[in-house]
Design a protein around this ligand. Structure first.
Ligand SMILES: NC(=O)c1ccc[n+]([C@@H]2O[C@H](COP(=O)([O-])OP(=O)(O)OC[C@H]3O[C@@H](n4cnc5c(N)ncnc54)[C@H](O)[C@@H]3O)[C@@H](O)[C@H]2O)c1
Length: 256
């Protein structure tokens, strides 16, 4: 129970990695504010936690300033403070540079980068008071370059850069770290990597492309996120921790 009496806001917690983080924090004693884009999507997700007073709704579209402020305000209203902010909400966009128009670019940057800036800004006084910490969910795509996902790669590179700059700016009060997952089996990955519309084939190809011949699970991703947010990581600050089965450390093509 590493998070007893800790207050946590997880953005994009209605499914996937964010939902797994919310479940894991609740299981370790935290109070958790569950963010999603709309009142309805959050209400649907909250059904899972019925009867658990430690889970509260914090709706708000965090690709907007107004949504970031609303999500943080709901968490603060419920908890009276905040110890941990998990900037997880994000969107994937599959497209080449030519296929990425201004609308797509803005949507990716707003959901993936602007959200980190403005949720953090809104939470800053509370996090400072608590001497808390932030975990940003970046991606392996912020380290390796990939074709046909250029805007997404750029957005996750920006999250890593924001992580380092914020870690320096907020020290010594607040630790800021990022997690860089490789492909994790979620709705986002299944839709984003579908091969010719076939999600199963897309996931098979992704598994084959990794040195460990498998992809990540949401539970593994939550475990790594909770580690960075915990006292066990108390002297880790400003890093982007790869969680990708070795995909960023070298070229794993065999010579045989
Ligand atoms: N799944 C992967 O392979 C993978 C790998 C590396 C990093 N990531 C990152 O992990 C995070 C979560 O991804 P996931 O796979 O769980 O995706 P997902 O699409 O399954 O879930 C994302 C969640 O974020 C919410 N969300 C999106 N935009 C939002 C907004 N503007 N306001 C509020 N909520 C919003 C969605 O409603 C959903 O609940 C993202 O930042 C993603 O880029 C995912």
């Amino acid at each position: 129970m590493r998070f007893t009496d800790k207050s946590v806001l997880v953005t994009g917690a209605t499914r996937g990695i964010g939902a797994a983080c919310a479940r894991a924090f609740l299981a370790e004693g935290a109070r958790v504010a569950i963010n999603g884009r709309t009142d309805t999507s959050v209400a649907v997700a909250m059904a899972e936690y019925e009867g658990n007073a430690n889970a509260v709704a914090a709706p708000g579209d965090v690709s907007t300033l107004e949504g970031c402020n609303a999500a943080v305000a709901a968490a603060l209203a419920a908890f009276g403070g905040l110890d941990i902010l998990i900037n997880n909400a994000g969107v994937f966009f599959r497209g080449t540079v030519e296929e990425t128009d201004e609308t797509a670019w803005d949507a990716v940057m707003n959901a993936n980068v602007k959200s980190v800036q403005f949720c953090t800004r809104a939470a800053l006084p509370a996090l400072r008071a608590a001497k808390g910490n932030i975990v940003n969910i970046a991606s392996e795509s912020g380290i390796n370059g990939y074709p046909e996902t250029t805007a997404y790669c750029a957005s996750k590179g920006a999250v890593l850069s924001l992580t380092r700059a914020m870690a320096m700016e907020f020290a010594p009060d607040i630790r800021v770290n990022a997690l860089c997952p490789g492909v994790v089996e979620t709705d986002m990955a299944r839709a984003g990597f579908a091969a010719g519309g076939d999600e199963e084939e897309g996931m098979r190809l992704q598994r084959e492309s990794y040195p460990l011949k498998r992809i990540g699970t949401v539970e593994q991703t939550a475990a790594a996120t909770l580690f960075l947010a915990s006292a066990d990581a108390d002297f880790i600050n400003g890093v982007g921790l790869p969680m990708e089965g070795g995909a960023t450390v070298g070229n794993w093509r065999s010579l045989s």
